[in-house]
Design a protein around this ligand. Structure first.
Ligand SMILES: Cc1cc2nc3c(=O)[nH]c(=O)nc-3n(C[C@H](O)[C@H](O)[C@H](O)COP(=O)(O)O)c2cc1C
Length: 191
């Protein structure tokens, strides 16, 4: 896939088909993580990959994608993520470490597209609960959680002159429109 095309087409997914990704599909994504930028090339992030359906359902209880199964109405199908990647880093680090998380996620989410998988960066999660159930490396804490699977929604970006005052819950419909400001609106040129 052409790189610029992939960058433009990458979208966060919050509704997923039930099938779990295969380990072989995750391996290139972890390869992409290892080649990401990191502060002083310290490479301190560690990833716990959960492909287990039941355990992923458990993680879904503690993350806020607005579509997790506890919000389901009767007869509504479960669209929660079939897999997660828990991203952990050493405790007591500078907040700059979150830049490493961002660069890693970007590599990973682009690599995921080559496997026809979609991801969502999640910062709203119950760290205490997840840490209680899934053992982290000693001295590490959860920095972010990445939902991953086959998207069950279609999400497209459009050129927006300005952002809507209230960005709708992105998981309300199965065709999601994501406003993106134009490059000219986010750029100034230093002459
Ligand atoms: C640092 C960061 C934290 C995010 N946290 C959440 C989150 O907790 N829950 C969620 O549903 N989406 C989360 N997102 C996804 C954003 O909402 C999404 O990137 C944004 O709406 C733009 O859509 P796009 O990724 O499809 O371009 C997060 C994204 C970033 C970069």
């Amino acid at each position: 896939m052409d790189l610029i095309n992939a960058i433009n087409r990458r979208r966060s997914a919050r509704k997923f088909l039930p099938r779990s990704p295969e380990k072989d599909q995750i391996l290139p994504i972890m390869e992409a993580a290892r080649f990401a930028h990191s502060i002083a090339n310290r490479q301190v992030l560690r990833y716990m990959v959960c492909l287990n359906k039941a355990k992923s359902l458990r993680i879904s209880d503690f993350v806020n994608l607005n579509t997790t199964h506890q919000n389901l109405h009767e007869n509504e199908e479960n669209t929660s993520a079939p897999a997660y990647i828990i991203c952990a880093g050493p405790e007591g680090e500078s907040p700059n470490l979150y830049a490493d998380v961002g660069t890693a996620f970007q590599n990973m989410s682009l690599a995921a597209m080559t496997e026809k998988l979609s991801m969502c960066f999640v910062t709203e999660f119950d760290s205490a609960q997840i840490t209680k159930e899934f053992e982290l490396p000693p001295g590490f804490k959860i920095l972010a959680i990445f939902a991953i699977g086959t998207a069950a929604e279609s999400s497209v970006a459009y050129n927006a002159e300005s952002l809507p005052e209230h960005i709708e819950n992105a998981s309300d419909s199965r065709i999601i429109q994501i406003p993106k400001l134009r490059a000219s609106q986010i750029t100034t040129w230093i002459e």
